[in-house]
Design a protein around this ligand. Structure first.
Ligand SMILES: Nc1nc2c(ncn2[C@@H]2O[C@H](COP(=O)(O)OP(=O)(O)OP(=O)(O)O)[C@@H](O)[C@H]2O)c(=O)[nH]1
Ligand SMILES: [Zn+2]
Length: 311
């Protein structure tokens, strides 16, 4: 047998499960040469695309090459002292799932999570679930509007009535997707309806910017069944990626709809708070940027600044 290509879907105790395109699982160990080259920031992670070769003796496989990553889901350490801890590589997108009712959606929390996605270069999809619980479609449209206006895809779904499920299935198809959202939003129900048998340890979104927990997170990739070629990222702690280490100064970049105005402010180091001739504030005044989104920015900016102050 010769070299094969695959994707790392799980790792425990130095044994990595590499899945080939036909679904075969190859238990593999990192080749000695790669181990030596390995530094904190290039550690093998689930989602890595690798080349494996059969061991000369025995039945195992050796990982002999790691392809360059196109994205990294990482937890930045406060102050950046220990570099990043990579939870998963090559994650394509995040489905941020909220219920339109029961529990009530918390829009500031949606904004917070979109910032986390932007900071990690992950493509967010907003999923508004339980649309069966709100009879007034205009209310749902009002909830979706700021996100649609900012350029995010918004999907309206109901597990109960079977609304929007084909659309969401198409979003997951062929992609590596992380799913996040508050408890009770219907994440498990959605995934189980789309792909029966798929179970995730989904995570609640942390209310606080920097209040992450130092627990160990073993992420896994779950192949979607039925030859779908997509994967779900299973991590019990998406809260771990929070916004640790995100400099307050780069928060404005994480509000996608602000970007056309950045650099247009009078002051180069404008925080878009109270400064005169601020292009972002002007965009809010003229209705080009949603005021609620801007208020989220102000709140998160203040939080990030507070956490940067020396103790
Ligand atoms: N009416 C209605 N109820 C739903 C819908 N989707 C899920 N539910 C219900 O909402 C409750 C919570 O759903 P879960 O799928 O457990 O929510 P979750 O987001 O996985 O929650 P955690 O596991 O706590 O993170 C369950 O009682 C579901 O039956 C929906 O589209 N409409
Ligand atoms: Zn400004």
């Amino acid at each position: 047998m010769s070299a094969m290509q695959g994707i790392v879907i799980e790792g425990t105790g130095g044994v990595w499960q590499v899945r080939t395109p036909d679904g075969t699982m190859l238990p593999s160990a990192l080749a000695g040469r790669l181990k030596q080259e390995e530094r904190d920031f290039v550690k093998l992670a689930v989602g890595d695309h690798v080349t494996v070769e059969p061991e000369e003796r025995g039945q195992g496989w050796r990982i002999t090459a790691i392809a360059p990553r196109k994205s990294v889901l990482a937890r930045r350490e406060p102050g950046g002292r220990y570099g990043e801890r990579v939870l998963a590589a090559n994650v394509d997108q995040v489905c941020v799932v909220f219920a339109v009712a029961n529990p009530e959606p918390h829009v500031r929390m949606i904004d917070r999570f979109l910032v986390v996605c932007e900071a990690n270069d992950l493509e967010p999809h907003v999923v508004l679930n339980k649309v069966d619980l709100v009879a007034d479609a205009a209310m749902i449209d009002a909830l979706a509007a700021p996100y649609e206006k900012a350029g995010y895809p918004v999907h309206r779904t109901s597990v109960k009535r079977g609304i929007g499920l084909d659309e969401l299935r198409a979003v997951l198809h062929g992609k590596v997707t992380a799913v996040a959202g508050p408890s009770g939003a219907g994440k498990s129900s959605l995934l189980n309806t789309l792909h029966p048998g798929v179970a995730l340890r989904t995570a609640e979104i942390s209310q606080s910017v920097n209040k992450g927990r130092h627990t160990t997170v073993g992420a896994k990739l779950i192949p979607l069944p039925d030859g779908d070629e997509g994967y779900l990222v299973d991590t019990p702690g998406l809260r771990e990626i929070a916004m640790w280490g995100l400099p307050a100064e780069s928060l404005d970049q994480c509000f996608r709809e602000f970007r056309p105005y950045l650099g247009e402010c009078r002051f180069q180091d404008c925080h878009h708070e109270v400064e005169p001739q601020c292009a972002v504030q002007q965009a809010v005044e003229s209705g080009k940027v949603d005021r609620g989104r801007y208020e989220s920015y102000l709140k998160l900016y203040a939080e990030l600044r507070a956490s940067e102050r020396p103790r």
